[in-house]
Design a binder for this molecule. Sequence first.
Ligand code: ACO
Ligand code: LMR
Length: 604
Amino acid sequence: MAQLFTRDTQAIFWNNNISAIQRMLDYDYTIKREKPSIAAIVAPTAESKFQKFFWGGDEIMINLYKTTSEAKKAHPNADVLLNFGSFRTAYDVTMEALDMGGFTTIMITAEGIPERLARKMNAVAREKNVTVIGPATVGAISPGAFKIANIGGTIENIINSKLHRAGSCGLVTRSGGLFNELSNIIAINADGIAEGVAIGGDRFVGSVFIDNLLRMQDNPEVKYMLLLGEVGGTEEYKVIDAVKSGKITKPIIAWCIGTIAKHYSSGVQFGHAGASANADRETAEAKNKAMSEAGIYVPSSFNDLPTKISEVYNKLKADGIISEIPEPAMNTVPKTRRSKQFICTISDDRGDEATYAGFPISSVATPDTGKGIGDVISLLWFKKQYPKWATQFIETVIKTVADHGPAVSGAHNAKVTARAGKSVVESLVTGLLTIGPRFGGAIDGAAEHFKYADDNKLTPVEFLNHMKKLGIPIPGIGHRIKSLRNPDLRVVGLKKFAAEHFPSTPLLDYALSVEQLTTSKKDNLILNVDGTIGILMVDMWRALGYSEIEIDEFISSGTLNAFFIAGRTIGFIGHVLDEKRLAMPMYRHPMDDILYQVDMAEEI
Ligand code: ACO
Ligand code: LMR
């Protein structure tokens, strides 16, 4: 790959480092990137599922994941990993990502990863052809395309240093601070940089000078290169060899810092772990001399570097190799911005016509659209377009649970309330409030417990014992009036639908084997309508390709009971309207139907 990053590059950011990510997004917005450069964030301990960030004056949500593999699975195109883990976790995070594959570049910011581990990590990355930037670095930038975290500093500094669009220089340094300094010098004395990498200050870094310069040699945007080496190590000699052997033909300007070391009698350790000369060849002086002899442009001192840059740049310009770079249009990040209080991810009423998960209402509402209530539910509850068999199953459930006569808990409550003179909505909610673990609301519980048993490969006997230990009746089993002798025909209908339309029904098959056992004890301990719905919904979601985590989240958030709530609302409203039509008087329960056993209260 000739270019490290493009305008389409997206990264997974390991650690929810809000200010660094916001800087990246402000940069993206400024350079008018279409997609944010961060696709996902890995935040192992985060409770929430997303983090809000500003996008210009607006806001966007970036998903949070607990693990790199979850993030990568959800965002397979994100091929850069920005590893902002501490020195304690950075190694493991990198090794896991290398093992997982799918990353072309991994940047590691942590300083202080044990050298033995750093060497191993770098060797594995090299074997897998992954570019590692760092450890101990601020990163890299492809101006006008992609910028890692804090490199380049503030937006003002970025624009002053012409880092908002590609220039002609390929810049490689060890230090991040000097990287920013040099970008500014290059902006003043030339036309900015096409690509820049701060390789990091540790003794053992992933990609070294030569790796980056060879890539820049192949990158047509880079017309010349600037290498800022430093005292210590011999990496600069690899560059000299590449120049001598003709592997690098583009002009290189280079300087090794640390020439002051010669004024000290003993070896000097500079700020970076790698910045100390262990032999004469490793001194800045020796390296500068050797580079100059190889035909690399080496100034006489660091102070002369700007003049050298301007010389090389002007020559390339005069030779027609570099042409004038037009300034691109940019966005301006507003100075003040306000965070939004509410988020909506299901529907949007801002256009001419409101939409359900992107679909205008008119595209699903009328019969000619071929869409039914199952499609509307799949859009508004799940933000997905379910296949016909699944939307028809949802509709079958809604129709099946719409009512079960006036005697059941909820209908009874709604009727009593209506007769007390309350409105439709007031009467309706009293009915809805009865839906719970015993009545109509055992669907979530049935899905949860049967799925647990199936996931853990419990035999039906083991499952029954497990539930006995928990001390709760098995949700989805048992009915007041339905039994083996008086089967619930709703259950028969749902099972028939599943047999005809579902790709497979493994959880239902398991639940039926449990039912055999419970009905052998008592014949009303059947798999009831709640149980059948809960279990078949799990089978449906599995067949639709949802992950187990997603299904568990549906269950724990109460999604399954919502099908009963939506369906039974139809029936409750019917009962309330029935009461109103009949103009029924207030209800008083007959006293002879109540067992009164009221003792005189004792004095205490
Ligand atoms: N799991 C295990 N044992 C049960 C279950 C169950 N789900 N339900 C009843 N039993 C046992 C009782 O503990 C009792 O045992 P015992 O005779 O040794 O004391 C025996 O079966 C008989 O219980 P009953 O009290 O006669 O059952 P009842 O008819 O009162 O209960 C009910 C019906 C409330 C539905 C009950 O079966 C239950 O709680 N089921 C789980 C909740 C559920 O699925 N509700 C949804 C029903 S469908 C709907 O509302 C749309
Ligand atoms: C229902 O759907 O309301 C019933 O299964 C409950 C009942 O007791 O009939």
